[in-house]
Design a binder for this molecule. Structure first.
Ligand SMILES: [Cu+2]
Length: 164
């Protein structure tokens, strides 16, 4: 007894192969995007600052699990200059928890390294680092500094909301 075989009309087979390939490409692109890579920061990597930063603000491409992530800002000797206890997570303007606010101790001139190892909500771990430089004679930041971007103000709000 021959089993009935299910056969697609021959014109459909190439179409299904093409659809499967396309779905695979879309899926892998989505997975790659889902990793929490650093998108922006204040200060930016490599920047040379004439105003002393009070906060490092990191903006990731995906929501971050802060409790399972590590952030540190170190001076050129490797000493921590961040205030870990006051580190906060802020939401971006779409309500996603992609922003990390790291308050700093009083910095003096020199080179500083920002390091992170983050767990994104999709359970992937990414890590990275960048450096910035505080120039000799740099001045303390003013409260009405007009150069604050979106992430910086989100960071400032998160820190203010949590310091009460
Ligand atoms: Cu991922």
């Amino acid at each position: 007894m021959s089993r009935p075989t299910f056969r697609l009309p021959s014109w459909r087979r190439p179409a299904i192969v093409a659809l499967t390939l396309a779905a695979g490409l879309v899926l892998s692109a989505t997975l790659a995007l889902a990793h929490a890579y650093l998108e922006r920061s204040t200060p930016a990597g490599g920047s040379k600052l004439s105003v002393i930063p009070q906060t490092v603000c990191l903006s990731f491409g995906e929501p971050v699990e802060k409790g399972f992530s590590i952030f540190a800002v170190k001076d050129s000797r490797g000493n921590r200059v961040d205030d870990e206890a006051k580190m906060r997570q802020a939401k971006d303007r779409f309500g996603s928890s992609k922003i990390i606010a790291i308050p700093l101790k009083e910095l003096t001139e020199g080179s500083y390294t920002v390091e992170w190892k983050v767990l994104s909500v999709d359970s992937h771990v990414t890590e990275g680092r960048f450096t910035f430089t505080v120039l000799p004679g740099a001045k303390p930041a003013q409260a009405d500094d007009k150069s604050r971007g979106d992430e910086t103000s989100a960071c400032a709000q998160a820190l203010a909301a949590n310091s009460r």
